[in-house]
Design a protein around this ligand. Structure first.
Ligand SMILES: [Zn+2]
Ligand SMILES: [Zn+2]
Length: 346
């Protein structure tokens, strides 16, 4: 079968043996897998955990190993790539995505493959979520990034009535705003350089989507929307240093800044520390999500509290994976790119 891999600064297709489902394992035939900003960062070599690519997959169960109850070949599923151990100190405190073994669990060989194997530990810890018939493949690829937003909102202590400003309106930034709205945000604004993505954010319910390069206008609009106080929660949904610096100065007094997008390895936060100190800004980094939060997002989608329509702007067959990466790296052309496999039509 064909597998997408990182090879010397580019993404390429390689041949690999078909995976087999041993005891406790499940093999899934790919329908679609989103290209994430972190996949692009791995390609650019700026993500210290460079390794497997593709972690937003949906597909059809192809084979089920012995001792896996409740799943049958043909079932439509979403698969979460990482699972926490649930037993270590970090897990017991509830910070599941920071479990030291969380990121070492993964699907094999990754989400950009004709088929992939879900290891027994992932299966046993709830990584496979049967998709409701109302959730299409494209919406299914957005469950993981949407889950990341829900996990972040929980971790930063978001409450209904809070105002939110998202810096960086890529797919996950737009999903963040949509979920904040669904959870009762009083106001959601955002900033993004690419006009296409600003327009997509407005369609997804943002009250405002501004060009961050016009700082005075941005400040004026945020002040006007928040009665001059600043937002309860600002979100850096991209790791660009300019976005982090902007997000650091938008919270109200004693408000929160969420470091949500992956910053480049080795980058520092360019912010006035005395200003942050005197204003009491809480800086909360959040990372990844759990199958629990992905299930919650799935339930919101099924209940009609969320709508992911229009966010996947491009579908590219696995055979043309390099093209998918190229497109995903062009914010003026694409919002979300989904790579499709043979189960897509089924
Ligand atoms: Zn992702
Ligand atoms: Zn743990």
């Amino acid at each position: 079968m064909k597998v997408g891999r990182l090879q010397g600064g580019s993404v390429a297709l390689a041949e690999a043996p078909d995976p087999v489902a041993s005891a406790g394992e499940v093999v899934v035939r790919l329908a679609a897998c989103g290209v994430c900003g972190t996949d692009l960062e791995k390609l650019r070599g700026r993500y210290q955990s460079a390794g497997r690519i593709g972690h937003e997959p949906v597909g059809v169960v192809d084979a089920v190993g012995s001792g896996v109850p409740g799943l049958r070949p043909g079932d439509r599923v979403f698969v979460h790539h990482h699972v926490p151990c649930y037993t270590c100190e970090v897990c017991r405190k509830g910070d599941l995505t920071f479990c030291p073994t969380y990121a070492s669990t993964n699907i094999d060989p990754g989400g950009f493959a004709e088929k992939f194997r879900v290891p027994a530990e992932n299966v046993a810890r709830g990584a496979i979520l049967p998709l409701d018939p109302s959730v299409g493949w494209e919406a299914g690829t957005l469950l993981e990034p949407a889950g990341c937003a829900l996990t972040a909102l929980g971790r930063v202590g978001f409450r209904a009535g809070d105002s939110v400003f998202v810096v960086g309106l890529g797919p996950v930034g737009i999903l963040y705003g949509a979920i904040a709205r669904a959870l009762g945000a009083s106001w959601v604004g955002g900033a993004e350089i690419a006009p296409l993505r600003r327009a997509a954010a407005m369609k997804s319910g943002f009250a405002l989507a501004l060009d961050p390069r016009d700082a005075p206008e941005l400040d004026r609009q945020v002040q006007a929307a928040t009665g001059g106080r600043g937002v309860d929660l600002s979100v850096a949904a991209t790791g660009a240093p300019m976005a982090l610096a902007l997000a650091a100065r938008l919270p109200r007094r004693a408000g929160t800044m969420n470091v949500f997008g992956l910053p480049e390895a080795g980058r520092s936060l360019d912010a006035d520390l005395q200003e942050l100190y005197l204003r009491g800004t809480k800086i909360v980094p959040t990372y990844a999500t759990t199958d629990h939060d992905i299930r919650a997002v799935h339930a919101m989608l099924v209940a009609g509290r969320l709508d992911f329509a229009g966010l996947v702007t491009h579908r590219v067959a696995l055979d043309r994976l390099p093209e998918a990466f190229d497109l995903a790296g062009r914010p003026d052309t694409a919002v979300k790119v989904a790579v499709t496999g043979s189960a897509f039509g089924g």
